[in-house]
Design a protein around this ligand. Sequence first.
Ligand code: PSU
Ligand code: MN
Length: 305
Amino acid sequence: MPTYAVSKSPEVQEALASGKPVVALESTLIAHGLPYPENLQVATDLESDVRSNGAVPATIAVINGVIKVGLTTSDLEMIASGSDVAKLGPRDLPAIVALGKTGATTVASTSVIAQSVGIKLFATGGLGGVHRDANQTYDESTDLTTLGNTPIAVVSAGVKSILDVPATLERLETLGVLVLGFQTKKFPGFYLTDSGYDLEWQVDSPLAVAQILKQHEQMKYQTATIIANPISEELQLPKALHEQILTAGLVAAKQAGITGKQATPFLLEFFHRETKGESLRVNIDVVRSNARLAAQIAVKLSELK
Ligand code: PSU
Ligand code: MN
């Protein structure tokens, strides 16, 4: 049970009380990962993707100091268009609530809030992880440590390709986070189908994932499970273009002195601008596909109970 006040929308409240499948959605990718007004459309589309696959969507954010699970249209509008929307990790929640301000939740804080109200599935785009220069900057996303102590299943297209992917996979192993490739043994690369790194587990159906999640729950593990769902090869960003923009983006970030929590939004925006919207299209395909799969898994999991 949550140890802090969370306001659930009536629909989410009813779904959770009656054991219906629910999928959590985060708001940082809307507020800080995608440009306005496309982001508002994506936020709405993600919710309909979850619904059309049989589950109830629960988008999470903090609105004027209230932690909300299930947003109204005007909440979504505020998150998508607001310039004063903070990017909130779990450590920021006491401050934003006590100060009565508005912010978007990352993978880490969305996981914490969703888990506290009993939501089992969460869909995002790409997880945060170890940054490429982490041996000097210590920049490692709190997504990782949070996934190491929060029992929730997260569907993502791997971790963002701007990161140090092999280091992130090592950290996930250390933290005890199970990573399942969905219909693949290759760890996805967010904008790319394949990051070039292998996985140990391939799972081929939503039912098989649900069976693993049920087992995980029975073992009372307090860790997350990642379902790594790659974008199809036809839809990925062309590899050479990806390589070229990534190299340029990392240089640009360094020159602009971008560090810490600005790093990920800066690089995503750099990609969207320099690929003339192509990476935006891929990012949207990725999150929508993850929302659909998360809903399908949530349906199977609720049938198993
Ligand atoms: N997935 C996307 N776009 C995003 C994110 C995920 O497609 O913007 C966000 C998530 O909220 C994730 C955050 O938690 O990026 C990671 O930020 P950082 O690297 O600063 O921890
Ligand atoms: Mn960071």
